[in-house]
Write a protein that binds this ligand. Structure first.
Ligand code: ADP
Length: 602
């Protein structure tokens, strides 16, 4: 069913309910008791209908919006609780409502959640609510309005009870509050666009109708013409139904409400919200002495009333000042946190810049290496070929053949190194092949071992002789292992060298590679895979290496974890799913290294 049809049906139902109410009310005009029961029951039910419509919207993924609708529903619920009291007196106790009644405050308090809802401005804000701030602002709002009620209404209840003054002041303060709500909704209506505009327009309409109904009922009560269930209640019932309809309209338009249209950024919104609520908090504090001065200088009521009001103002100043202090405190803490965060971001940016320079260098180095490799490979092939010929030439003396064999071995080694360098530097699209992990590990170690000759660190390989294959991108896995090995060497160098032991094992359906070093261990194992987490100085570390490794391993359906061993060094454990049925062919140019003995110091 289209949404305009549903709205049409709802409006029809709304008019029908109001029409039936009017008819029943006219029909029961002579039966006072039945009319009272009927009116009270209907008034207990309509806020429930309003709540049903409003709360339809409270289950979205946006907390700010959910809270907005929940606060509106809370307002209706408070009103309903107020109405229960009337029902209790009029229907259950068969008494008329006392004029001066403590419970009236609930009818007044119902406006506070509604005002808090309006302050959330869900049409504009993209950021989520800052919970602690939200609570503080809400409590401040509640305290101030309760103070206002105590200041205006309580003196005529507790200091010098007076029915007429009580009624007059209660109506005045309630009307002011209703007006604030109507004006607030009007402003939101005028300042919003699209679907939100329509929702606010309906909420404005219902709030305005509620305000008018409350004014009408007040006048009727003062003229002694009001009775629950009479026609004066029609606008009141209509206003609650309208609240519900506004909720349903918002629910039907929820798709359009999802896209906030304001062009301002999140930061703008937050800053504006912060400034606005800070002004309100200040106004709350400043209003107190203004009320006190008013009481002392301009009020001509009885001294008891004056004393009561002064006392109320003094007492209210304590919680309000405390809440404002808490707000400032929170704001300071928030600012300090933001500052630390932006400092961190700047540092990350510097690291990223350094990394980019490094990457550029690597790219040019890769191009250089690719060019040089061709030049080196040709003479190398010749050296290999000739040394082969010489080593196998039986006519040569033994010594010459042994020397030729050594030349051949060294030439092979050089060829492997050149191939590894090329693989590492080349920017190739990822391609999945069946890999022998022992070979990839050995290649990474060989690359890293190139500049280990003068250092005090050693790498020891303990490779399982028969490992199942792994499907993956050889180049990416080479980078992962190279990075883990480099980190371990860096850590060990920082503490005067050590030994890195790399073990490959087969563990159920996985191939596991364990890197254990004798360095100082990881400072914060929980964070090492976070982007930009590094303990190295700017220019040396970027904090990206392990997070990239993490991503690569995830793409390979593998895992990487780390912990500190009991001896204190770091252990990195990499797991890759094995292709159990297949054993990979070893790459020809690396064959010499892959079939290395079980224990290979490099
Ligand atoms: P980077 O090497 O640029 O700092 P990485 O993401 O590779 O970035 O590493 C992040 C951090 O993890 C390192 O700065 C270091 O503190 C910690 N780390 C990694 N490997 C080791 C290790 N073997 N021993 C101690 N700390 C390590």
């Amino acid at each position: 069913m289209s949404s305009s049809r549903i709205i049409g049906i709802l409006v029809g139902l709304w008019l029908a309910v109001v029409g039936v109410y009017a008819l029943v009310s006219i029909a029961l005009a002579g039966h006072q008791d039945t009319l009272l029961t009927f009116g009270n029951l209907v008034q207990c039910v309509v806020p429930l209908l309003a709540n049903a419509g409003l709360l339809l919207n409270a289950g979205t993924p946006h907390w700010r919006r959910n809270i907005f609708w929940m606060l509106l529903a809370m307002g209706c619920t408070l009103w309903m609780i107020g109405q229960f009291q009337w029902t209790y007196y009029e229907v259950y106790q068969h008494q008329s409502m006392p004029v001066i009644f403590d419970g009236d405050i609930i009818f007044f308090l119902k406006g506070i959640p509604i005002m808090a809802a309006l302050a959330l401005q869900p049409h504009r804000k993209r950021g989520e609510v800052q919970l602690q701030f939200g609570y503080l602002n809400f409590v401040l709002l509640l305290t101030w309005w309760t103070f206002l009620y105590a200041f205006v209404v309580f003196p005529w209840m507790y200091a010098t009870p007076s029915e007429s003054q009580y009624n007059y002041n209660f109506d005045m303060v309630s009307n002011v509050q209703n007006m604030v709500i109507v004006i607030g909704l009007g402003v939101l209506w005028l300042r919003s666009k699209g679907a939100w505009r329509m929702v606010y327009a309906n909420l404005f309409g219902s709030a305005a109708m509620y305000m008018l109904s409350s004014l009408t009922i007040n006048v009727a009560i003062s003229m002694k013409k009001y009775s629950t269930g009479g026609l004066y209640d029609l606008p009141l019932i209509s206003s609650f139904l309208w609240f519900g309809v506004a909720g349903v309209i918002a629910y039907l338009k929820r798709g359009e409400l999802d896209s906030p249209h304001d062009s301002g950024t999140d930061g703008d919104d937050r800053a504006r919200e912060g400034r606005w609520s800070a002004w309100m908090a200040m106004a709350a504090v400043i209003s107190l002495p203004v009320f006190a001065i008013f009481t002392l200088r301009f009020e001509h009521d009885a001294p008891e009333v004056r004393d009561f009001r002064l006392m109320t103002t003094l007492i209210a100043s304590v919680p309000i000042a405390f809440l404002v202090f808490l707000r400032t405190n929170r704001a300071d803490a928030d600012r300090a946190r933001l500052l630390a965060k932006s400092e961190q971001s700047i540092e990350n940016l510097q690291r990223l810049q350094a990394q980019m320079v490094q990457t550029e260098k690597l790219v040019s180095l890769g191009q250089l290496a690719a060019g040089a490799a061709h030049e080196i490979n040709n003479p190398l092939a010749a050296i290999l070929g000739y040394s082969d010929l010489l080593a196998d030439d039986a006519t040569l003396p033994e010594k010459a053949r042994v020397t030729a064999g050594k030349i051949r071995d060294q030439a092979r080694r050089t060829k492997t190194l050149v191939a590894n360098l090329l693989r590492f530097a080349r920017q190739v699209p990822p391609e999945r092949t069946l890999l022998d992990i022992n070979t990839v590990v050995t290649n990474a170690v060989q690359l890293r071992a190139l500049d280990l000759r003068t250092s005090k660190s050693r790498i020891e390989l303990q490779l399982e002789s028969v490992l199942p294959g792994v499907r993956g991108d050889g180049n990416q896995l080479l980078q992962v292992f190279f990075n883990i090995v480099s980190n371990a060497i860096d850590a060990m160098e920082a503490s005067d060298g050590g030994v890195l032991t790399i073990k490959t094992i087969r563990d159920r359906g996985n191939v596991v590679i364990l890197f254990s070093d004798t360095g100082p261990g990881i400072k914060d194992p929980q964070r090492v895979f976070d982007p930009f987490y590094t303990t190295k100085p700017v220019g040396k570390g970027t904090g990206l290496g392990l997070s990239i490794c993490f991503g690569i391993l995830q793409e390979h359906a593998g895992k990487i974890l780390c912990y500190n061993s009991q001896q204190g060094g770091a252990v990195f454990r990499v797991e890759l799913p094995a292709v159990l049925a297949a054993f990979p062919a070893k790459e020809p140019q690396l064959a010499g290294i892959a079939s290395a003995p079980q224990k290979t110091p490099v």
